[in-house]
Ligand binder design. Structure first.
Ligand code: BGC
Length: 899
């Protein structure tokens, strides 16, 4: 009998057919499809060859793993012939399901190795012959309206170009390309690839990510041109607050190597060097925070194609390389994704019109206008309107203004390419004739992470909250996890990322995104081991704030739990150990007293002040516990014992210093109780007492929360885990201030930075810090997925190898549910009530099992399909206890009925 499982969605290093792989041993993974219940993968075989044809002809000339008896389907390291720069590896996989015969081979997939410069593969430095080129730029003269006044780092974009000829048939061509700054590359008039703001943000002093594009089809017979536009981006433009710029250098630079392989096997290279020519671009400046000024009259038509006369273009400057390592990009690119049509056009006066997108986004506006040459249209952006005009105070010093100067002669459509804004409203102003017919749409820009989770229930307010969580994430995952997309900040705050990462994993596949950012986190680590408050560490340059710096431990732990990948632990291990060593060295008595850096506390809590030393000590204890778990998962037995002991010691110090015999905890805040309960710091006898105090505080306030960034993500999970799901539900449905639904009731389309960003009694908060697009308080998303829909991983079998299905039912909802595309494939769980009966539908992908816990307070018989669960196929271990029917299922779809 032949096997029933077919591998699908093959990925290498979590990406589909990636190019530019820098690791010698990328991690392979696949999902499985197959019908029926209880399907298991009992063995796998991977074949890797230098071409798909070799593969199908049965010649696995790079690696044949042979039959490996194992249920693993992710995190499988390539162990074949070491691959050289540029090598392309085609691979396929088949699996066994317990029967003698294997299932069918998967469709072939591939990965391609990048160019030398570090990593574990076989690389040669000679692989790179390209040189960094640039055109020194001075700031422009004052532009109309004084728009660039006082902003020295606003310089024109640079165009670079290089003609070349091709005289033989081309077999393959690749463009290896990057910028210190941001770039858009072109070949023969066509934009290469569909990335924007590439190469993204890292610490360019240490690391320089590059992209690889397959450009075979763009190369022409005869005359060709390779070209690019470069802009300052994060490298030399404005980043962070108070007009901070030029963090890494003074001018944007470009590096590209076009490699052409001919049919006859010969190769050619066109690499950036002194022979390239450069000119100012039509954008008189293009800056992430300040905006873009594009004069379409200056567009040198045809500059990126053959036949253009560049005799008056200038010679480029060639710079010496710095010590940064060139690395193939590890994460999903930033892309300009969907177009958002406005829901409203508001004519302010005959020179001004506002378009309302109906959704707060990160991105740009695309305008269509017509009018005479030289007519100027100005675009301004805001998250809110106040008395019919844009509310821009909360943008602080982000000018967030685009300017378009018309070329004239018909309809013109323009969208900037080297900036982004955070906005729901875009205002166009200019000559009345132009404004009368002007139109605008929104264009969302963000890291193109794959959507994996969808939650839905019968209450539209909760659905809107969920949409706000997802939008808050999309708007802020732009190369790095930023705090906000609108004001002069947009930094990778580690605390924000730490509290939100688990929620982030429930909506998008964020493994490549965070694997890349964890490298940045380690790059930003202080010499003594302290992790940084923002990553990449620009503007702030401080480290070690509790709950921020702890991201360096919590993020890898979360990624391991969700994706089952222990390589992330190995990659971060030394940095994590250094981090805890440093805290321990400076704090000999087990409380985090010294070196708490910026010590933000429970940031933006409301009417509650949690002791900061307590927060620090709590996180230290938590980190130690997570380290012990990660040590066990990677067979580091001594370390496991050491960190367990550290956890116990810190927990004891915590209790001795802050916890009284009646279970009250210093500060008495919800966050203090939540941390103690969540971090496993309390001895058993104090747990119920601490819980009582927590619930009493919530109830005494009229069922209101007080938590800030630090405590908020633990609120509903801790209450639920300790038998107080009713309080969690009540908080969810609360719509009085402060609550999750308060902003929803007042028109929010994203998560706000502050509970009181806007209130009926006070209006807008202090514009000095009041973003309407910050994801942290949206960390309740993990509870919607794990508890309301009921889908979670089992900590004992990470990566959803064993799933926990624990739906919670509440009388205020008729139905709720979610689907989640885990690393092992799609999991679904939903429930709906029908009178006294509750239906639970559960689907698991092959090669997983789940412990299902169905609420059943009356102890009613549980039916699956049309038979009692006890006799249903694929179900085992049925038992009833504490008002719950518990059972174990294998893969497949199940329809349960209770009552
Ligand atoms: C950021 C926050 C960050 C905080 C730390 C703010 O300016 O926007 O998200 O965590 O500072 O103090």
């Amino acid at each position: 009998m032949s096997g029933t499982l077919t591998p699908t969605n093959l990925r290498a290093d979590y990406l589909v057919n990636p190019m530019g792989i820098q690791s010698g041993a990328p991690l392979l993974s696949w999902e499985l499809s197959g019908d029926g219940r209880g399907l298991r993968q009992t063995a796998w075989q991977v074949e890797v060859a230098s071409s798909p044809d070799a593969l199908t002809a049965g010649s696995a000339n790079l690696w044949d793993s042979g039959k490996v008896v194992s249920g693993k389907q992710s995190g499988i390291a390539y162990e074949g012939v070491p691959l050289e720069s540029r090598a392309r590896a085609s691979w396929r996989v088949r699996t066994w399901d317990g029967t003698d015969q294997p299932g069918a081979w998967s469709q072939p997939s591939h990965w391609e190795v990048g160019l030398g410069g570090g990593g574990l593969g076989v690389f040669r430095v000679a692989d790179w012959s390209a040189k960094w080129i640039s055109l020194p730029m001075a700031p422009d003269d004052p532009l109309p309206g004084g728009i660039n006044e006082g902003l020295d780092a606003l310089v024109p974009t640079t165009l670079v170009r290089r003609p070349f000829t091709v005289q033989r048939p081309v077999r393959r061509a690749r463009l290896y390309v990057t910028a210190r700054g941001v770039y858009e590359a072109r070949i023969n008039g066509a934009i290469v690839g569909d990335h924007t703001l590439a190469p993204g943000w890292v610490d360019y002093n240490r690391r320089q990510p590059y992209q690889v594009f397959n450009v075979t089809d763009l190369i022409a017979d005869g005359d060709n041109v390779v070209a690019a536009t470069i802009a300052p981006g994060w490298f030399s433009g404005y980043v962070g607050w108070r007009d901070n710029s030029r963090h890494y250098g003074t001018e944007a630079q470009f590096l590209a190597q076009l490699e052409i392989e001919y049919d006859d096997g010969e190769t050619d290279r066109v690499a950036t060097d002194q022979d390239w020519r450069a000119s100012d671009g039509p954008a008189r400046y293009a800056d992430l925070i300040m905006g873009e000024y594009h004069d379409a009259r200056l567009d040198p038509t045809g500059w990126d194609a053959p036949g253009f006369d560049d005799s008056d273009w200038r010679r480029v400057r060639v710079s010496t390389p710095n010590s940064a390592v060139l690395v193939g990009d590890l994460s999903e690119p930033v892309r300009a994704l969907e177009v958002i049509e406005p829901v409203n056009r508001i004519a302010v006066d005959d020179r001004t019109v506002i378009f309302d997108l109906g959704q707060n986004i990160a991105g740009r506006a695309r305008i269509t206008v017509s009018g005479p040459a030289g007519s100027i249209v100005r675009l301004r952006f805001a998250e809110w309107l106040q008395e019919g005009t844009l509310y821009t105070e909360n943008l602080r010093r982000a000018r967030a203004t685009d300017t378009y100067v018309l070329a004239g002669g018909g309809q013109e459509t323009w969208e900037p390419r080297f900036t982004f804004h955070g906005f729901q409203y875009v205002e166009l102003s200019g000559d009345p004739d132009v404004i009368a017919t002007a139109t605008a749409v929104g264009r969302f820009v963000g890291s193109d992470t794959r959507r994996v989770g969808h939650f839905e229930c019968s209450d539209d307010r909760i659905n809107q909250l969920y949409r706000n969580i997802v939008w808050g994430q999309r708007d802020n995952f732009l190369s790095i996890p930023t705090d906000c997309p609108q004001r002069d900040e947009r930094l990778g705050w580690t605390g924000d990322a730490q509290v939100f990462i688990r929620t982030a994993t429930t909506t998008m596949d964020v493994m490549p995104f965070f694997r890349k950012w964890m490298v940045d986190v380690i790059d930003a680590q202080r010499a003594d081991g302290a992790f940084s408050d923002v990553v990449p560490n620009a503007v702030i340059l401080t480290h070690s704030a509790p709950a921020w710096a702890d991201c360096g431990i919590i993020a890898p732990w979360t990624l391991w739990q969700v994706y089952g990948d222990t390589r992330i632990i190995d990659d971060c291990w030394d940095a994590m150990v250094r981090y805890l060593d440093n805290i321990e060295r400076r704090n000999p008595d087990g409380r985090w007293v010294n070196d708490r850096g910026n010590d933000f506390g429970d940031w933006l809590s409301i009417d509650a002040n949690t002791d900061k030393e307590l927060i620090g000590t709590g996180f230290w204890g938590y980190d130690a516990r997570l380290m012990a778990e990660m040590a066990r998962a990677t067979d580091r037995h001594d370390a496991a014992a050491r960190f367990e002991a550290m956890h116990r010691r810190v927990a004891e110090a915590f209790v001795a210093a802050y916890v009284a015999e009646d279970g009250t905890i210093r500060s008495g805040t919800q966050t203090a109780y939540l941390m103690a309960l969540r971090f496993g710091l309390l001895p058993d006898h104090l747990i119920p007492l601490a819980l009582e105090h927590l619930v009493a505080d919530i109830r005494a306030r009229g069922t209101l929360l007080t938590t800030g960034f630090v405590g908020v993500s633990y609120l509903c999970p801790v209450l639920t885990a300790h038998g107080h799901a009713d309080a969690a539900w009540d908080l969810l449905f609360q719509d009085r201030f402060p609550s999750w639904l308060y902003p929803v009731a007042h028109g929010a389309t994203t998560i706000w930075e502050r509970w009181d960003g806007w209130t009926e009694h006070k209006g807008f908060q202090d514009p000095g810090m009041n973003s309407f697009n910050h994801y942290s308080l949206g960390s309740i998303g993990e509870w919607l997925m794990a508890s309301v829909a009921g889908i979670d991983t089992d900590p004992e079998a990470p990566g959803f190898e064993r799933v926990r299905i624990t739906p919670l039912v509440d009388h205020r909802l008729d139905h709720a549910g979610a689907t989640y595309d885990s690393i092992r494939g799609r999991i679904a769980s939903s429930w709906r009530r029908d009178g006294e009966t509750i239906h639970f539908d559960v689907t698991l992908p092959p090669n997983t099992t789940a412990t299902v816990r169905l609420p059943n307070p009356g102890g009613a018989p549980v039916i699956e399909g049309s038979v009692p669960v006890e006799t249903a196929e694929g179900i085992s271990g049925v038992r009833a206890r504490d008002g719950v029917t518990e059972l174990v299922i294998g893969s497949g779809s199940y329809a349960f009925r209770v009552g």
